[in-house]
Design a protein around this ligand. Structure first.
Ligand SMILES: Cc1cc2nc3c(=O)[nH]c(=O)nc-3n(C[C@H](O)[C@H](O)[C@H](O)COP(=O)(O)OP(=O)(O)OC[C@H]3O[C@@H](n4cnc5c(N)ncnc54)[C@H](O)[C@@H]3O)c2cc1C
Length: 359
């Protein structure tokens, strides 16, 4: 690709993917202009906690952000080394890891969120962000990071103030989260709980109630000032993410963990790769295929198996998490094997995005 550097690189979407691309471009002396349809960053989220996964590679995600990509940690980024996990017919099993399993971050337009942190970094580097605006015409190169187009899963939850201690709990159970999972996260007096469902969206209220009852019965819930939040995630595999001078990043490129929706790392890494492909005039497709495709494909196979084995599979997973180090267990399952490569064509033919994102 050969972009004209004198005109700014136009970026649609000020999510983690688009803002990372803008930050990296600006750090390398390229002008970047971001068009964001909402009045501020993080409008798709509502102050919920999300997990920046730290299991799919040996390198710590914070080191990847700071040292490889060049992103400062100017947002809440709290390491979680363990928690507990529940599956049908099994009490909570404690899980504990040597390294952080994930880093808890906040999403939304408020101070301390990942979104606000990235915005501040971009602005301080001279990136222009135009809010309430969508990209119509771009003179130079274009990066599209506009998030999900359709819903392959939906999440329904609440955020709340609480007197509970810091914790992380995951529940696998089709009565609470069909083919997905529910989670409860608490950090310093603030909490998030949600059910992430991959089937039967029309009964989202029932699953939310089931989740609430489950946590009421199993945790000493203390919920004050609760606020609803929700959203969707979209995953798909494409052969190319470059169309003429347009590069797709993050969820708008289908980059999403097909198993459980841990899309932030994909968004940030793909934003970085897109920027580097412009800076170095190299092939973006080659870059993401090397860095992201193997894990994307494995996560698709994992989703196929997760759905196929249902409650039996959930119990196997819960035991696997609790038996050894959960990071090692997850890393093994997020990496390609001969068996998973064999199943990939079946998994690929099985998944088609389900509904349009009405949001
Ligand atoms: C409830 C929920 C919980 C989640 N939990 C986790 C988690 O725990 N861990 C994890 O890793 N991931 C999680 N994810 C997924 C993660 O949030 C996304 O994968 C990630 O935000 C994708 O980043 P992105 O930059 O590609 O897109 P987005 O974050 O969606 O950003 C896209 C931006 O583009 C803007 N936009 C859209 N259309 C246009 C347009 N036409 N013009 C201009 N701007 C436009 C949007 O307003 C938005 O600001 C969760 C998602 C949801 C919904």
């Amino acid at each position: 690709m050969n972009f004209k550097q004198e005109s700014p690189i136009s970026i649609a979407g000020a999510g983690p993917a688009g803002l990372t691309a803008a930050i990296v471009l600006a750090k390398h002396g390229c002008k970047a202009r971001v068009y964001e349809i909402s009045p501020d960053v993080g409008h798709r989220m509502n102050g919920d906690f999300q997990g920046l996964e730290n299991w799919s590679s040996d390198k710590d995600i914070t080191s990847l952000l700071k040292n490889d990509i060049g992103i400062d940690i100017n947002f809440l980024c709290a390491p979680y080394y363990g928690g507990d996990i529940c599956a049908p017919g099994m009490g909570p099993l404690e899980i504990k890891s040597k390294k952080p399993i994930f880093y808890l971050v906040k999403r939304g337009a408020m101070g301390g969120s990942l979104d606000k942190g990235l915005k501040e970094q971009a602005l301080s580097l001279g990136v222009e962000i135009i809010f309430n605006s969508r990209l119509n015409f771009a003179e130079g190169g274009t990066i599209i990071g506009t998030g999900p187009k359709r819903a392959d899963f939906i999440a329904v939850g609440i955020t709340f103030d609480t007197g509970m201690k810091d914790l992380a709990t995951v529940v696998f159970n089709d009565e609470i989260a069909p083919k997905g999972y529910a989670y409860l996260l608490v950090n310093k007096g603030y909490g998030t709980m949600a059910t992430v469902i991959y089937k039967d969206y029309k009964n989202e209220k029932k699953y939310f109630e089931n989740m609430l009852n489950f946590f009421k019965n199993n945790k000493n819930l203390d919920i004050k000032n609760d606020k609803k939040f929700g959203g969707c995630g979209n995953f798909f595999l494409k052969d190319t993410n470059v169309e003429q001078k347009t590069i797709y990043v993050g969820e708008s490129a289908g980059f999403q963990d097909c198993l459980w929706g841990f899309g932030m790392k994909y968004a940030i890494v793909s934003g970085y790769l897109a920027a580097m492909s412009i800076i170095k005039n190299s092939d973006y497709d080659l870059l993401w295929k090397k860095e992201l495709k193997p894990m994307l494909e494995t996560s698709l196979v994992n989703r196929y198996l997760f759905e196929k084995f249902g409650h039996t599979g959930y119990r196997y997973l819960a035991k696997g998490f609790a038996k050894g180090d959960p990071c090692d267990f997850l890393k093994y399952h997020y990496n390609q094997t001969f068996f998973k490569n064999l199943i990939l064509p079946i998994a690929k033919s099985r998944y088609k995005s389900q509904i349009k994102d009405k949001n």
